[in-house]
Design a protein around this ligand. Sequence first.
Ligand SMILES: Nc1nc2c(c(=O)[nH]1)N[C@H]1C(S)=C(S)[C@@H](COP(=O)(O)O)O[C@H]1N2
Ligand SMILES: [Mo]
Length: 438
Amino acid sequence: MTRIPEAETAYDRRRRNQWLAGEARAEGVGRRDMLRLLTAAGLVTAVPVSLPAATASAAAGSARPAGPTEPSRTTVSAGEGIVKPLPPERFIVHGTNAETRFEALAGTGYLTPVSHFFVRNHTTTPRLDAAAWRLHVWGDGLTRGERQFGLAELKRLPSVTRTAFVECAGNARNFFKTQQNQPASGTPWTTGAIGTARWRGVRLADVLRAAGLSRKAVDVMPRGLDDEYVTPDGTNYGRVRRPMPLSKALDDVILAYEMNGAPLPPDHGHPVRLLAPSWVGISSIKWLGDIEVSTTPLYSPWNTDFYRLYGDAYPPEGSAPLTRQTLKSAFELPWNATLSAHTRHHLTGRAWSAHGGITRVEVSTDGGASWRRAHLHDPAHRGAWTRWSTPWTPTKPGPAELLSRATDSTSRTQPKTTVPNTQGYLFDAVVRHAVTLV
Ligand SMILES: Nc1nc2c(c(=O)[nH]1)N[C@H]1C(S)=C(S)[C@@H](COP(=O)(O)O)O[C@H]1N2
Ligand SMILES: [Mo]
């Protein structure tokens, strides 16, 4: 079932042509931005980069170099599922995953506490020993061969902090079915497959530089130390891994070892995870074990088969691999909440966008007939969320629908419906939140 890159999509074709032209590392960014990134990584010289001489088939990944030296699976004991408690008032459990109940975020402050942060696991949380942990950085995109880092060594590099959400590409997927009658495959998340944390770690750019990044490198592929992902039909996709172009890797990606001021907890990637701000959650590989650095574009099922858009509106081979998340908002209210009529309520919620800061949230309490602006409580910050609130005094009992509609600084506004895709990614439409007034 895996769609291999030989069934060329426009993306794969573009990527190969970029590679043949010696420009694959700049996927998604302009020349000037790439120059800035390369300068920061110490890679800018007056010498032009020579064109790669290999053939197109090598670009498609058939001439893979051998793997790193035996990866360090420093498992202490195999974790069963999720380690932290999942009380039902905070989480909805979907198989190996746990969704945050949005109403449980009310009053928790800006950052999502670990006790409330959603978990998306392809398999189970591994228990890794930080003292024995090693990161292997390897591949033909390095000038001095493989390099290993221990945690202490990483911590000696300059540290940076980033406040950013991690959001699953399939967050709100269930509304394709319930609001649009267009069911999609995958975990039936409502809006709680997102959390915002303050992450501290080291820049991936600094790690790559310390490892000896080649001027010919174009892609990096981080890979987790959790078990291989085997589907119920027996397909083994190997360990969770997804390539990203050097342009993203050198920009704002960090290797995080702290979350909200404490060491990364087991379920969120202990001891080190990747954090790719604004990008689909799968880019932020947990339990990082190795990073391949390559002079040719890389592929894994997570960018060829999963995390592309398929469906009537898309080419048969799917869209380009997903990069940025989208725009959403949600009420901090239980689904089908019971509220008393003729009482003044303080409705609260959060809104977020991966494209720009949130500049406006409108709320409708009459099913979308009229809208009013909510009060915003946090500065607009791309890739993080903004809390909002509005007072409401319902006047008559019975069922009602509450709607919130966010707009970001790029003028994106949540639409009424989202063009469907078979795997239900990037839902961004206004959610119709059912309540009952008594
Ligand atoms: N190694 C590894 N990394 C992973 C995953 C995984 O199963 N294994 N899941 C990914 C997905 S799909 C998402 S949405 C985020 C979820 O991060 P969280 O569990 O910390 O909320 O982690 C990503 N990183
Ligand atoms: Mo995800």
